[in-house]
Design a protein around this ligand. Structure first.
Ligand code: PMP
Length: 281
């Protein structure tokens, strides 16, 4: 297959990572995951803009413009003949002799992107299980950083508990999943953590909130406690790969009657209509 390497399409096996790439050594870089449905990119501009924002927050100069990145992604999808899947892209601070501080001399950042197939059935996803865990991560979770050790340890806990996602909390308040955002439904109002430094402001989260606004589903961006979540009418999580999915059991306890709730189901339907609208899938 082909990949994008610093603005050019290359054969994957021709590209080598330097052992002193700062992404490889320090996780000094940022990334994005973009969904492709029916050969079309979903929320392309929002994702590439978030990549730019993340880059700015770590003082990383992006060697490409938003339009150039979007065009390269399209070229890659066409080259790979990708119908349904994802594009993974990352940007690292580049290659230089190992030292913590930024390189003194101008170093070219390293940009790579490649595709991966992921089926899309268009069917509503059934409910999954979650497990709660302490949020042990740093205080800049709004940056889509390559440093994912906290998230990895949380997800591993979920896997070991035979669950699909780890729901992290800090000082008793739910922040987000290990690779997703979490929302609850209480008395017909959706509640989700505000887009602060404590969470990644998910694109799926933003699209869902827009769908709420457009369809008279009340919502508030307010943190909620683990207790509130356990007693909620509905719990759901969102991400580029899971879209909108109900969480029906947490820490072995059913949420409400243990079935996906009606508002979550409406949001799943609205989200698939949005996919259809943007991608014709
Ligand atoms: N939070 C974290 C920590 C994530 O890794 C992700 C997935 N990238 C999300 C939230 C959801 O973001 P998005 O909807 O943009 O995929």
């Amino acid at each position: 297959g082909k990949i994008i390497y610093n603005g050019e399409l290359k054969t994957r096996s021709d590209v080598k990572v330097d052992i002193e790439d700062r992404g490889y050594q320090f996780g000094d870089g940022i990334y994005e995951v973009i969904r492709v449905y029916n050969g079309e990119v979903f929320a392309s501009n929002m994702h590439v803009n978030r990549l730019m924002d993340s880059a700015k927050m770590i003082q990383l100069k992006v060697p490409l413009t938003v339009a150039e990145i979007e065009a390269l992604v399209k070229e890659l999808i066409a080259e790979d003949k990708l119908r349904n899947g994802i594009v993974y892209m990352q940007l690292t601070r580049g290659v230089c002799s190992r030292t913590h501080a930024f390189p003194i001399n101008e170093v070219e950042p390293v940009f790579v992107a490649y595709t991966k197939e992921m089926p899309y059935t268009g069917k509503v996803k059934p409910g999954v299980k979650g497990v709660t865990t302490d949020d042990i991560r740093w205080l800049r979770c709004n940056i889509k950083s390559l440093n994912l050790l906290g998230n990895i340890l949380a997800k591993q806990q979920a896997v070991e508990a035979s669950c699909d996602e780890a729901i992290q909390h800090r000082d008793g308040k739910v922040t987000e999943g290990s690779s997703s955002n979490v929302a609850i439904m209480v008395n017909g109002t959706l509640k989700t953590h505000p887009a602060t430094n404590l969470i990644l402001n998910g694109i799926t989260r933003q699209v869902m909130l827009k769908l709420c606004a457009d369809n008279d589903i009340p919502y508030v961006e307010e943190a909620f406690t683990v207790e509130e979540m356990m007693a909620a009418d509905e719990v759901l999580y969102t991400s580029t790969s899971v879209e909108v999915t109900p969480i029906i059991n947490i820490d072995g306890q059913s949420i409400a009657n243990g079935e996906p709730g009606p508002i979550t189901k409406s949001l799943q339907k609205l989200f698939s209509e949005e996919i259809e609208r943007q991608c014709g899938a």
